[in-house]
Structure formats: structure tokens, C-alpha cells
Design a protein around this ligand. Structure first.
Ligand SMILES: C[S@@+](CC[C@H](N)C(=O)[O-])C[C@H]1O[C@@H](n2cnc3c(N)ncnc32)[C@H](O)[C@@H]1O
Length: 380
């Protein structure tokens, strides 16, 4: 096994074809059982390790290898961070054609386990709660999830077997406030907690944020605090600045940057998140929250802006968003990304449009998985 791909698989070359192997570690010599055989590539999973990496460990979760959630529990945590840094460098090189971008070493998550504040369980007709398997895409019952918050596992213990009639069960909880949200409601079941709430309260950067059941909030809050700090540092906010917070969610970053600048224009398309943000931004009268799609709102914006913060979903930004940013040419541009491949694609457009890429800081928001968060800082 030579290197690692974005997706968590290891790459090897076999008789002129690329092989993607699940559950390996670069440097290992392994036996791989093939499950997909295509003309130019193969996919398989490691079934025996002949020459194990010193970073191989026993996966602590009984569902590991079967569950679709975690890919890397068999890899020592320090090595997971190294792999993530390598993936970001490789995506920037291959997709963005950045040969020598300043990609910093991936920052460790404060919590390696129990970090997820949000889990969606699938319910089976009989009432069992669980997840969907990686390969067969079939339901399986789960009695404990090691990356979920401890409260979520308590809820799971109480509600396991009682999900008859549901499709899904959403559990969200804040370790910082102790608040939680469980949807949908459970009737006729005697539980030590309430179910069926519309929203719950998170705390980040010393502020409370109301989050509705359908609104986005970062899943790993202590790490999201590091992310927010880096994003705001990258904006180099000054007292007179006008800043755009595009893809603003419930107003998290807008609320944290608002006290440092003259004005924030926040853009978000989800009505529930915008409704949450009205509560979260109360008292900050220099924030203007706009309900709409960034690709519609940003090109129409007439104000001169000093800083732009982009925090799009995995698909990245539409071309008209990047074009609008290039035309506005803010002094400071921060791109927060949860997908290094679309980040690399969009950074290339921004740099060709005149921005200077200063640095890319990967952060581990999702230990035990291949997912990677990055904060890229650019200057106009
Ligand atoms: C990765 S989240 C970032 C949220 C926020 N910045 C935070 O840190 O909590 C992306 C957000 O963009 C919103 N969104 C997705 N596509 C959008 C679009 N085209 N225009 C505006 N908002 C969009 C989603 O509803 C979601 O709230």
C-alpha cells in the first residue's frame, strides 16, 4: 500500500491498474479481497495484514469494518492527522495545481472519541435503532456509537427497540449547555428526558446559539471553536471593516466577528437557520442577515467589502459566487471547507482571479473518519 486517497482508502498498483483498498495503512503489505473490478481500477478490502504498520491498532468499536461511519479506527490517532495533511496537499496539487501551497499540519481534535453532538439513527419497522452498513447498505442495530456524545448513547440505551413507526431518530446535544433535542416525539414511553423539541442551545466562543432540528451546526464543538478562531484571525478584522459571511447557518461566525468590525452582511438560504439567527444575533445591530442563495445575493451586493468568509457545503461554491468574490476583491478572504477536492477546485479559480493563497490549515473535525475540514486564507 503506497499512499492514501481522499475517501480513506489506500492506493496500490496492481498489473497496471490502481487498487483502492479499505482498512489499510500506507507502507503495509496486505491481502486484499476485491469487490469491484473495473477496466482501469479495482476496489477491495484488506483481509490480512502481512507486514503491519507500527501505527496499526485494534479498532475499539465492535461495528468497525461493517459500519459506514468510521474508516480509520485501526489507525493510531497521530497517523490519522498525518494522513489528513497528506490528502489535503495531494488534492491541492492534483486538482488545484498548487505545487507548493503552505498546507499546515492538521490540528488534532480536543476529543478523539465521543465528540459528535449530532447523530441520526435509522429505525427499523420492529423498533430497532441503528445505522446503515458500508458495503451491503443494509440496516444494522447499534447499541453504542463511540464517536457520539455520551448523552446520545444514554438516549440510545433508553430508546433502543422502541422506534417502531419511525424512519429516523435525530439526537443533538450540547456538552457545553447540557441542552438537547430529540426528534421525533415519543408518546406513551416513560423516559427520563423530553422528546420532540423544535430546537436546542449550543455554546461556542462564549456565546449561546439556538439551533433548530433542521439547521446546520458544526458536529464537534471544541474543534469548531478552533475553526472559528482561525477563520476570524484570517479575516484580520478592523474596526471600520465591512465583512460578508456567506453560507452563514445560524449566524455562528457572524456573531463572533460582529463585535470586531463595522458591519456584517450574512447570507443563508435555509429559512429555519435564518429564523434561528434572528435570536442568535439579537443585540448585534451591525449584522444584516439576508435570506437567499449566495449565488443570487452576492453578485447583486453593491457595498464595498473588506473581508469575505465563505463556508459552503461539500459541493463548494457555484462559479458565479467565485466570480462575484473576484470582482469585489476584498483584502481578506477566508474559505472554510469540509471537502478538500472542491476547495482545491475553487482556490484555483480564486487565485487565477487575482487572489494570493497564503495558507491552508486542515483541522480534524471528524476523528476516525476520512473527513477533513480546512481553513484557507487568501489576500486580495
Ligand atoms: C457548512 S454550513 C456553514 C454554516 C455556518 N457558517 C457555521 O459555521 O455554522 C453551510 C451552510 O450554507 C447553507 N447553504 C447551502 N447552500 C447555500 C446556498 N447556495 N446559498 C446560501 N446558503 C447555502 C446551508 O443551509 C448551511 O447552513
Amino acid at each position: 500500500l503506497e499512499s492514501v486517497a481522499y475517501g480513506g482508502e489506500c492506493i496500490a498498483h496492481v498489473e497496471g491498474r490502481v487498487l483502492f483498498a479499505d482498512y489499510g495503512i500506507p507502507g503495509e503489505e496486505v491481502t486484499v479481497q476485491i469487490y469491484e473490478d473495473r477496466k482501469d481500477y479495482l476496489r477491495g478490502r484488506v483481509t490480512a495484514v502481512h507486514d503491519p504498520s507500527p501505527d496499526r491498532r485494534a479498532a475499539p468499536c465492535v461495528y468497525f469494518g461493517h459500519c459506514g461511519g468510521c474508516q480509520w479506527q485501526h489507525v493510531a490517532y497521530e497517523r490519522q492527522l498525518v494522513l489528513k495533511t497528506e490528502i489535503v496537499r495531494e488534492q491541492l496539487r492534483r486538482i488545484g495545481h498548487f505545487e507548493d501551497a503552505d498546507v499546515r499540519p492538521c490540528l488534532a481534535s480536543p476529543e478523539e472519541w465521543g465528540y459528535r453532538n449530532q447523530v441520526r439513527f435509522t429505525a427499523k419497522r420492529r423498533g430497532d435503532l441503528g445505522y446503515i452498513s458500508r458495503y451491503e447498505k443494509r440496516f444494522f442495530r447499534v447499541d453504542e456509537c463511540l464517536i457520539a456524545a455520551p448523552f446520545t448513547n444514554q438516549v440510545l440505551q433508553q430508546l433502543q427497540g422502541q422506534g417502531a413507526g419511525l424512519h429516523q431518530l435525530q439526537v443533538r446535544t450540547s456538552a457545553q449547555t447540557g441542552d438537547y433535542l430529540i426528534q421525533p416525539a415519543f408518546d406513551g414511553v416513560d423516559l427520563p428526558f423530553e422528546t420532540g423539541q423544535a430546537s436546542y442551545t449550543e455554546r461556542l466562543g462564549g456565546r449561546d446559539f439556538v439551533v433548530s432540528a433542521s439547521s446546520f451546526f458544526q458536529v464537534n464543538v471544541p474543534q469548531a471553536e478552533q475553526l472559528a478562531r482561525l477563520a476570524i484571525e484570517g479575516l484580520r478584522p478592523k474596526a471600520g471593516d465591512v465583512v460578508v459571511d456567506a453560507y452563514a447557518g445560524v449566524g455562528t461566525l457572524a456573531a463572533l466577528v460582529a463585535p470586531l468590525v463595522s458591519r456584517v452582511i450574512a447570507i443563508e438560504e435555509a429559512p429555519a437557520a435564518v429564523a434561528d439567527s434572528r435570536l442568535n444575533l439579537a443585540g448585534l445591530d451591525n449584522v444584516q442577515m439576508v435570506l437567499g442563495k449566495v449565488e443570487d445575493v452576492l453578485p447583486q451586493l453593491e457595498d464595498d467589502v473588506d473581508g469575505v468568509l465563505l463556508d459552503p457545503p461539500r459541493q463548494g461554491c457555484f462559479p458565479q459566487v467565485l466570480q462575484a468574490v473576484i470582482e469585489k476583491r476584498p483584502r481578506n478572504l477566508v474559505y472554510v471547507s469540509c471537502d478538500p477536492s472542491t476547495l482545491a477546485r475553487d482556490l484555483r479559480v480564486l487565485v487565477d482571479g487575482g487572489f494570493l493563497l497564503q495558507s491552508v490549515q486542515p483541522l480534524d473535525m471528524f476523528p476516525q473518519t476520512y473527513h477533513i475540514e480546512c481553513v484557507a486564507t487568501l489576500r486580495g
